[in-house]
Design a protein. Sequence first.
Length: 310
Amino acid sequence: MNFKETQQATTWTDEEDKQAQQYAMQLVSSSVVPMVLKAAIELDGQVYRLYGLATVAKYFITSPSGGSLSPMLDLYQDKVTMDSWYHLKDAVLEGGSPFYKAHGVKTSEYMKKDPRFGNIFKAAMMDYNKLFVEEMLKSYRGFDGLNSLVDVGGGNGFILHSIVSKYPTIKGINFDLPHVIDKSPSYPGIENVAGDVFKSVPKGDAIFTKWVLHHFEDKQCVEVLRNCYEALPARGKVIAVQTIIPEGPDANLLCKSVYPFELLSTTMNESAKERTEKEFEKVAKDAGFSRFRVACCVYGFSVLEFCKNM
C-alpha cells in the first residue's frame, strides 16, 4: 500500500495482513530483541497467531531489580561511541584510545561538556549494575560471615547497598574520590569515605571492587592491590569483579559475552588493560597475596578473590 492508500484505508485485506506479518517476522528474526511464535490456534474456522518475546529479549525490558540492557544498547549505538569505532585501526597501529582520537579529549572530559552523552553512559552502567548485582548475590557466597566490607571505587554506592541489604550485619564503607563521594547518596549501614586509593584504603574484613582494576597498567594495579592488602586483616580478601580475556582467540559463549565489554573498555579508556587469568595471578602475587581464584562468572564478568595469608 502507498502512503495515500494507507491514509484512506482503515483496514488491510487478508493478503496485505499476511504480507505484513511475514515482513514483521523477518525483521524480528534478525533483531537483537527477537520474538517467537507462541501459538497458532484455529477458532471458528479462523487462525489466530500469538507472538511473544523470545528468552533473550527479557534482558531488554525492565527486570524486577529495575535493570535492563536497553541503556547499554543506547550507549553502544550512540553516535559519540560509534564515531570512536572508526579509529580502532589507528589505536592498534599508533596507540592511544579510539575515543580520544575521535573527540580530542578523554571520556570523562567529554561527558562534562556533553551532559546528554554523560547521562546515557551513567544509565548504561547503572542499569547493568542492577542486573549484575541481582545475579551475583544469587551465585556468589563470599560475603557470608563478613562484619565489614569496603567498596573501592564504589561510586554512588548502589552495589554496596545491594550487598548490605542482603547481609545486614555487614558495615559498609563506600570509598571513592572526593568529587564522587560529594554526590553519593546516603544509605543505612554505609559510610561514605573520600580518599585516594594510591595513598591508602579504609580497613575492612574484605574489600570489594567492580571494573576498577582494568583502568590501571600492571605497576599501578599492583600498587592499588598492595594498599588493599595492607588494609586487610589476616585471612582477609579482595573481591574484584572484572572481565577475564582468553589466552587466545575463542568463540565460546563466555568469550563472546566478554569481548563487547573489552572492546568498549579499550575504546573509551586510554590506559585500560584487560587481563587473562594468568595475568591476574601475577599481579596478585606481586601485591603479596598468597592465593588467587576465579570464584564464579556472572553475565560475562568474573568474580575474583585475592586471598591474604591462606
